[in-house]
Design a protein around this ligand. Sequence first.
Ligand code: HEC
Ligand code: HEC
Ligand code: HEC
Ligand code: HEC
Length: 498
Amino acid sequence: MAVRSPLRIAYAFRLALIGLAAQAACGGKGTPVVPLDRESLLDPDACQSCHPTAYREWSGSMHAYASEDPVFRAMNARAQKETDGALGTFCVKCHAPMAVQTGMTPDGLNLDTLPKKMKGVTCYFCHAVESVTDTHNNPLKLAEDDSLFGPFSDPVASTPHKGIYSRLLDSATVESASMCGACHDIQNLQGAHVERTFEEWGKTRFSQPPNGLTCASSGCHMKATTGPASTISTNKTLTLHAHAFPAVDLAVTDFPEKDTQRAQAQALLADLIQPTLCYNTLTQKMDLTLENVTAGHSFPSGATPDRRAWIELTAYSGDTVTYSTGGAAAMPLENSADPDLWLMRDCLFDGAGTELKMFWQATTAQGNAVPGSVIQDFNNPKTFNQSHPKWSFPQGAGLPGMPDRVNLKIHLQAIGDDVLKDLVDTGYLDASIPPLIARYELGGASSFDWTPATSSPKNDPDTRAALLCIVKPIAFRTNTWPADSNAHCKLKPPDPSP
Ligand code: HEC
Ligand code: HEC
Ligand code: HEC
Ligand code: HEC
């Protein structure tokens, strides 16, 4: 469309030209456009002047941080060493994909010597995706003709780059999830399925058209707003999408937008799980059912070999603690001495069934996360019930009597202390990093309190026992499934169910 300038104009000067051209463009036809050259297209800093909001949000995102993350650096370095370099570009292919595309790194060990625009998941990498050829390990193919794809089909005439509509970059389509999902799903070198977010989503009702929701949908990882899509198209209002991509991980070193990221992640996680907590008058136990309401995939998800989600429950008689699980006494969580600990994480094993800590080493990964809102298949009630796992506290004999108050905390930690300690002990990670790793309490510190007065009577659907329940915020679930704790790892036979 536009003619490429044969001159190599200094970047700032070129932008000034574009700005002038844009002003002239308001209402006018035949605007001269200076197209961005390939160098600029690859550089997020070159997008900033016209897309300042997307730029600011992205610059604080985990996509921008993906190859800065000291835990990533530590793990990649150690995995390269352990595999004698056989790992190659496996990790950087997702964490710094442009550096791999341009042949600037064979292993991610030279990231510090690379220009900033080669690091992390950049604007260009996502917006140049032309096709998706598989479901995991970043099989994305980029356009070779400087095309930039997006959700709009009619960019203004003064746009200094190609702007082409693509279903892969339009969150209203199911295809868009396959773009994100291609990286958000990992099978390691041994074929162990160590990250399964895309696969998990495929089993939820969110993946079903016509009313599905995708990764970039507004309520999920790209909040929608309205406004002009660039500073040079201010007389056109469109639906825009936030580029901060909040979830669980947070920057642990100096990085832009840290407080914003934390606040957005906390907000996204707050109402994710709906707990039903009941005192069972027959067994004298507290029965807890978790339902994953708002995540379009399991809870926890993503790097599940590293994630730790667990339940802390404290029962009181007056001010005296009569029972507790999942608190300080349960630490360390892995192989905890706490007999009742409900811990959600992936257990990793080698071919001989021996437990492992690092996800690149594993032959098998077995998780026990709470599935997302599943597709209801009445021929297979198991799949539906499984998304309401139930656990009883204590697992052994009942409580001494009905408590006066029970406090529930749902904890989530981005990376387990045992994994972090192992990286520190082997000399790959600085000891200052582990305390900074993201930790959350879902719903806030005191929001899940049970008391006899605030609970309502229900009946256990299986035993008819009288229950006293609180439900946050709405539905009492009867179709439950016995939960599994991965506090202690034992290789289980593969699950034959779909
Ligand atoms: C000089 C200003 C300018 C610069 C620099 C710029 N863009 Fe744009 N961009 C625009 C305009 C104008 C539009 C069209 C907006 C409209 O039609 O309302 C646009 C649209 C887009 C779209 C949507 C395309 C579509 O069809 O859906 C994407 C994606 C995009 N830009 C990405 C980028 C990226 C990535 C960079 C940096 C490499 C960049 N832009 C640099 C001005 C710019
Ligand atoms: C090139 C591969 C790649 C693509 C494509 C990709 N991501 Fe990511 N994404 C990553 C990596 C790598 C990280 C992790 C960075 C880190 O935490 O160190 C990440 C992190 C995230 C996070 C934060 C996860 C957390 O737990 O904090 C979210 C949310 C996210 N991506 C959403 C998306 C969405 C939505 C899309 C599609 C529009 C997408 N990603 C496309 C590689 C990719
Ligand atoms: C992880 C992939 C990913 C990265 C990285 C990314 N974008 Fe986007 N971007 C998207 C997706 C997906 C959409 C469309 C969402 C939709 O239509 O629902 C989008 C939309 C846009 C749009 C159209 C307007 C809007 O907000 O929807 C512009 C402009 C844009 N991006 C610019 C940028 C710039 C500039 C950067 C880097 C600073 C960037 N993007 C980085 C995935 C990405
Ligand atoms: C297929 C793409 C892909 C590959 C390959 C990949 N990652 Fe990631 N990585 C991701 C994504 C996506 C996330 C964000 C997970 C989430 O949703 O929370 C992530 C998150 C991470 C994190 C931060 C979160 C955590 O809890 O650990 C680290 C560290 C990490 N990866 C290290 C590695 C290392 C080391 C390798 C190679 C052995 C690797 N990754 C290979 C895509 C990839």
